[in-house]
Structures are given as C-alpha cells and as structure tokens.
Design a binder for this molecule. Structure first.
Ligand code: 8YV
Length: 324
C-alpha cells in the first residue's frame, strides 16, 4: 500500500472530523490548539502534503515560498480566505480550497442575533442585571428600537448576505437594500424584494441597519471609514460578521462615543483577538468573539467539507471548492 498523504490540521477540529480524517490520511493535529508560529508552519510546509489552516494562520508569500516545499494543497477551514496569499499560491502551483455553503445560515443567524441584541440593548440589560444594578420594571427602562419596517442595507450580496436578507425580511419584517461589486440577477433581487444601490455612500446614508458581508482583503480595507460613518443616520446600527479590517475601528469608536450612530454589533475585529479598548468601554456596542460559524453541526460540516476537498485532490479529481 502506498503511503497515505500527510495532512496537518493547524487547530483541533470536532472529534467526528478528526476521526474521519485519521482513517484516511496520515494526520497531524496541533494538540496545543494555539496558533502555530511561522517556524512551525514552515516546517509543516516541508513535511506535509496538505495544510488545513484557519483564520488564525497567516499563509503568506514567504511561507508558501518555503524551500524544499512538500505541500501541494491548502485546504482552508472556513469560507473566507483573506489570510491566504492566493496570488502567491497560484504562482507556485499550490492549490487552495475553502468551505462555502455549510456555514451560510449559521453566520446569517449570528448577524440577526447581533441586530436584535443591539437594537434591543440586550448586552446592556444583561450586564445591568448580573451586576446587581437592576432596580425593577419601569416604562422607560432600556428602551431600544424596533426593526420592523426599517431598512437593512447589506454590503456584499453573496450567500450569507442573502440568507441574512431572507431572515430579516421574513422573520423581522425588514426592507432590504444592498450594494455589491456586481448587481444580482433580477430574479434574485425579486426573491428578496431587494433594492440595489450602486453607491456605498448612498446605501449607508439611506439605511437603518448596515450589515457587512463582503470579503476581507485590500479591496475592502476600511470600507466603513470615518467619512462613511458620518453619512449614516444618527439612529443607525452597524453589524459586522465579515472581517474586522472592513471597518476603521478607531473611527467607529469615535462615531459611537459621539452618538453619531446609535450602536454596533461586532463579531470580528481588526486585530483579533485584540479588541480596540475604546469599544470595550462603550455600552452601545455588542461584542462577540468571532462566533459566526460556531455551532457543533456547522463546525463538523466545515471539517467534512475540507475532507471532501482533500479526498478529491489526492484521488486526482477536481476540487469540490477550488479557490486556486
Ligand atoms: C470561521 C469565518 O470560523 O469561514 C469563515 O470565513 O470567518 C469563520 O466562520 C473561520 O474563518 C475559520 O477559519
């Protein structure tokens, strides 16, 4: 029997997937479950046939250019791949795959959760109660704002944005508007009763809630800038389940502290796991630790999707989810 391909999981995965992979590949798992440093990743590039990274690993040009490289596939655990230099991978003939579809609803649920938590001041209320500051019911206590009839503006209109639109429209009775690099087909717009804005500036000015669903990377860096925050309504909420650097965090802190927008719900940050101290001090912001896809079902489905890509690659079949 020929030797089984060597595969590195840079973090612990769910038990089902680790077992599934161990039955098919020569798997190394990073038992410490803490991010590997550049030296460990370089050694893996030289000893493994495939590496399966997560958002906490930096797979940059220098790493991909490691001398005596053995790795031929980067099987990313996650749909977003802005932590992988795909241009360099392409140049060096290294394949890259990701895990679309399986985390769509789970991540959209989290966007809705943040919208509800911020609009109904749930974080503030829970802190008040746990800290023993709740003095009892009164008509004007922690009044939030309703979402029904309000307009949700989506930036990016891929799978997760459309799932969020569906849940917001059918579940919360919101109106849908969006901006994306490419306008969606007429039947997709009709399905979501979505209004297209070809300008982000106009979208942010017109909507009550802005939710980010675009990819990370250079083209969307600080897309939500101080200037765009200024264009938003003073009652508006900003939701980010995409990537931290899409928002200028320092500008957001300023806008929130000065009451220029009403609140924000964040699941991602510019320098994870660091969070801007200004955000921590604010009450009108809900902060979650990158939980977008964190359900048992989804984390297993993501791992199985990586497994499908590994199996296809090493059997010489086309990748299920080719990025490069
Ligand atoms: C993942 C995500 O947990 O898939 C993505 O792009 O942001 C998260 O859902 C993370 O990226 C895993 O690498």
């Amino acid at each position: 029997m020929s030797a089984r391909p060597r595969v590195l999981l840079t973090r612990r995965w769910t038990a089902e997937v680790e077992q599934y992979l161990a039955e098919r590949f020569d798997v190394t798992v990073n038992e410490s479950d803490t991010p590997l440093d550049a030296a460990a990743l370089t050694a893996a590039m030289q000893s493994q046939d495939a590496i399966c990274p997560t958002v906490t690993d930096r797979i940059d040009r220098q790493l991909l250019a490691a001398p005596n490289r053995r790795v031929r596939l980067i099987g990313n655990y996650g749909v977003g791949f802005n932590h992988v230099d795909v241009e360099a991978a392409k140049e060096f003939g290294i394949r890259v795959s990701n895990t679309p579809d399986v985390l769509t609803d789970t991540t959209a649920d989290l966007a809705i959760l943040l919208m509800l938590m911020v609009s109904r001041r749930a974080g503030e209320g829970e802190r008040e109660l746990r800290e023993g500051r709740w003095t009892g019911w009164r008509p004007t206590h922690l009044m939030g704002q309703g979402l029904a009839g309000k307009t949700l503006g989506l930036i990016g209109f891929g799978r997760i944005a459309q799932s969020t639109a569906r849940k917001a429209r059918l579940g919360l009775d919101m109106r849908i508007a969006y901006n994306s690099r490419r306008r969606a087909a007429a039947d997709v717009e009709a399905e979501h009763q979505a209004t297209y804005f070809d300008s982000v500036d106009e979208l942010v000015a017109a909507c009550d809630v802005i939710s980010l669903h675009c990819p990370g990377g250079a083209s969307t860096h600080h897309l939500i800038s101080a200037e765009r925050l200024r264009r938003m309504k003073s009652t508006a909420l900003l939701i980010n389940t995409a990537r931290g650097p899409v928002v200028d965090e320092a500008a957001l802190v300023e806008a929130l502290s000065q009451g220029r927008i009403a609140g924000a719900g964040l699941d991602v940050y510019e320098q994870e796991p660091k969070v801007h101290p200004g955000l921590l001090a604010l009450d009108n912001v809900v902060l979650l630790p990158h939980l977008g896809s964190a359900t048992r079902e989804t984390r297993t489905a993501m791992g199985m999707r990586v497994a499908e890509n590994l199996e296809a690659f090493f059997a010489g079949r086309p990748l299920r989810d080719p990025v490069v």
